[in-house]
Design a protein around this ligand. Structure first.
Ligand SMILES: NC(=O)c1ccc[n+]([C@@H]2O[C@H](COP(=O)([O-])OP(=O)(O)OC[C@H]3O[C@@H](n4cnc5c(N)ncnc54)[C@H](O)[C@@H]3O)[C@@H](O)[C@H]2O)c1
Length: 247
């Protein structure tokens, strides 16, 4: 049984989908959890809901990864009301899908800004506290398409592949401080993000999945829980694929 009592976790983009499932899973294991999202009211609602389902402390805070001001404000609040973060899950991510020949600089920059630069900004804010405590877990949510590519996603796949290099370098820089840095690469998971796709594309994906079904947010959350726990203390710089055999 994994017990994260006494640990403080922060999950980016945790008002819905995979992030929400991760925040709930970590709280069920005993961690206190900061729920973050672009909409503060929604973050507070989800934090309250998780607190009512578990015995963990929660905090709901606005965090927009595209704004350095928002990152600053969030961590000021977390520092005052919650304390240093032991487990950081960089989950928030967006896509702006369009064929490369029609991709505008804004489509490229927006995705890189949130998925990659946002992760850089948030991670830098938590690492100092982890170094002081000589314990930390950083878990980055990448994607299978960062490994295999996907038509219409040059921006998104570049950001998700970039997260892998980021993970491996931080793992090397922080290993001696007892901080592990790993990535989870989900395949096709049923959330609002994938709900938007046309049926034909979904069916095409499903036909390539040996397990012949899509994953659930909980499948990703279970893997994150393992990486956040002491069961994975000798694993760093790794990527765990959660994709039903797709890759
Ligand atoms: N669903 C899948 O099949 C799948 C597959 C591989 C990887 N992923 C990755 O998993 C993560 C979660 O995806 P999901 O399917 O739950 O998507 P989702 O769209 O349901 O959730 C994304 C979350 O990120 C937040 N977010 C968006 N822009 C933000 C910003 N500027 N600042 C802060 N937060 C922001 C959203 O509010 C939301 O909470 C993403 O990084 C996604 O790329 C998803």
């Amino acid at each position: 049984m994994i017990n994260l009592s006494g640990k403080k976790a922060l999950v980016t983009g945790s008002t819905r989908g995979i992030g929400r499932a991760i925040a709930l899973k970590l709280a069920e294991a005993g961690a206190d959890v900061v729920v973050t999202g672009r909409n503060e009211e929604r973050a507070k609602e989800v934090a309250k809901e998780i607190a009512s389902k578990t015995s963990s402390g929660t905090l709901g805070v606005e965090l927009d990864l595209s704004s350095t001001d928002s990152v600053e404000r969030c961590f000021e609040k977390v520092g005052k009301e919650f304390g240093d973060i032991d487990v950081l899950v960089n989950n928030a991510g967006i896509n702006r899908d369009v064929l490369f020949m029609r991709m505008k600089l804004e489509d490229w920059e927006e995705v890189i800004r949130v998925n990659l630069t946002g992760t850089f900004l948030v991670t830098q804010r938590v690492v100092r506290g982890m170094i002081k405590k000589r314990w930390g877990r950083i878990i980055n949510i990448s994607s299978v398409v960062g490994f295999i590519g996907n038509v219409g996603q040059a921006n998104y796949t570049a950001s998700k592949a970039g997260l892998i290099g980021f993970t491996k370098t931080l793992a090397k820089e922080l290993a001696s401080r007892n901080i592990t840095v790993n990535a989870v690469a989900p395949g096709f998971i049923e959330t609002d993000m994938t709900d938007e796709l046309p049926e034909e594309i979904k069916e095409n994906f499903r036909s390539q999945i040996p397990m012949d079904s899509f994953g659930q947010p909980e499948d990703v959350a279970n893997t994150v829980l393992f990486l956040a726990s002491d069961l994975s203390s000798y694993i760093t710089g790794e990527v765990i694929h959660v994709n039903g055999g797709l890759f």
